[in-house]
Design a protein around this ligand. Structure first.
Ligand SMILES: Nc1nc2c(ncn2[C@@H]2O[C@H](COP(=O)(O)OP(=O)(O)OP(=O)(O)O)[C@@H](O)[C@H]2O)c(=O)[nH]1
Ligand SMILES: [Mg+2]
Length: 354
């Protein structure tokens, strides 16, 4: 075996060991169960951060729920839910205990905190603007360790296990960060000798292992720097220009409205109003669903039994939203639709073609 092959083999092994290292072990408390908080409202947002960054202060400011805030660390010991009411939607904001380095391995209540974070639709990583940049990387590592991938999309890889036939390997793009040999070595390491693989994105070796393991959660995240009242204007300006970042001061009420705006944008909620024939819709009572929701989801949002009996419906859409809607309609297997143009709104007529 040439030196290059040897290096590739070691790289594959390294990637596999890295993934194993991050898997929960029996000793570190198993998979970990989250705090028992009932989901309510249209979406859940979880606050993650080191102790004393101001998570509870934010919950108390942004919602009607009071969560004890104090200058000492670990003030909050359990999950405390509050509700943000915004644009007719109810967003559940979850205050969680502060986590420490090693949380994912079971330190403090870390495992419980990160398991609860997994149940959210959006993660707010709260940081203290007066502390070093290192805190951001450390928190990301903790979440990474429990399989949460922040602001990333699932790698575009099709992986199918088979019982016979060996390995078929195809790519539609040129792989620059890994290669077929490394991937085959990894498959052998996981004792996978029969499977179909189609790679449609320039992935890394670690991302390929994520696909193999299959339990990764890809979640949107906003980085929130609090306590900007205590740093210089230049520093605030620098932080504010980082991607997916909002700078705030809970104590001085700075930028909190903008934070809620950004939370709304990140959640990409879609509002749907129902109406009776010949009547105007009730605009104060929307059904809120995540982007990409299907007609089936809308039916389920009204009543469980509706989807099975759904025959046809009419939809009015604001002009610019038509493309999105048409995309989501495609995902409902029983919908055929045609589009009629009506003055300022589009009207879609939906039919169940079964
Ligand atoms: N200067 C400044 N201090 C703040 C701000 N927001 C919160 N604090 C202070 O930070 C301290 C910690 O606030 P908490 O809200 O208890 O922090 P936490 O993140 O909930 O802390 P744990 O529950 O221990 O994880 C308190 O003394 C707050 O008064 C802010 O915007 N500026
Ligand atoms: Mg707290």
């Amino acid at each position: 075996m040439g030196i290059i092959e040897k290096i590739k083999e070691i790289e594959a092994k390294l990637a596999r060991y890295r993934a194993q290292l991050l898997e929960p072990t029996a000793k570190s408390g198993g998979a970990g169960t989250g705090f028992d908080v009932q989901k309510s409202g249209d979406a859940r947002v979880a606050l993650i951060g080191f102790p004393s960054v101001g998570k509870s202060t934010l919950l108390s400011k942004a919602t009607h729920t009071a969560s004890e805030a104090a200058a000492y660390e670990f003030t909050t010991l359990t999950a405390i839910p509050g509700v943000i009411e915004y644009k007719g939607a109810r967003i559940q904001l979850l205050d969680l205990p502060g986590i420490v380095e090693g949380a994912s391995q079971g330190r403090g209540r870390g495992r419980q905190v990160v398991s609860t974070a997994k149940t959210a639709d959006l993660i707010l990583i709260m940081l203290d603007a007066t502390k070093s940049e290192e805190q951001k990387r450390l928190l990301e590592l903790e979440l990474d360790a429990v399989g949460i991938r922040l602001n990333k999309t699932k790698p575009d890889v099709v992986f199918k296990r088979k019982t016979t036939g060996g390995i078929t390997f195809n790519t539609t793009v040129k792989l620059t960060k890994t290669d077929e040999k490394t991937i085959r070595t990894i498959l052998a390491g996981y004792k996978l000798h029969n499977c179909d693989i189609m790679i449609r994105e320039d992935i890394t070796t670690d991302e390929f292992i994520d696909v193999l393991i299959g339990t990764r959660k890809y979640m949107p995240c906003l980085y929130v720097y609090n306590k900007i009242d205590s740093i210089s204007l230049e520093q605030v300006d620098k932080l504010a220009h980082e991607p997916k970042t909002v700078v705030i001061s809970c104590e001085m009420d700075l930028n909190l409205d903008y934070l809620i705006d950004r939370i709304w944008d990140e959640l990409s909620l879609v509002k749907i109003y129902t109406k009776k024939r010949g009547a105007q819709p009730d605009l104060s009572d929307p059904i809120c669903l995540r982007k990409g929701a299907t007609i089936e989801d809308v039916c389920n949002g009204i009543h469980r039994s509706l989807a099975a009996n759904f025959r046809y419906g009419l939809i009015w859409v604001k002009y610019g939203y038509l493309a999105n809607l048409a995309n989501s309609l495609h995902t409902h297997r029983r919908s055929a639709y045609h589009i009629k143009y009506k003055t300022k709104t589009w009207c879609l007529s939906l039919q169940n073609d079964c």
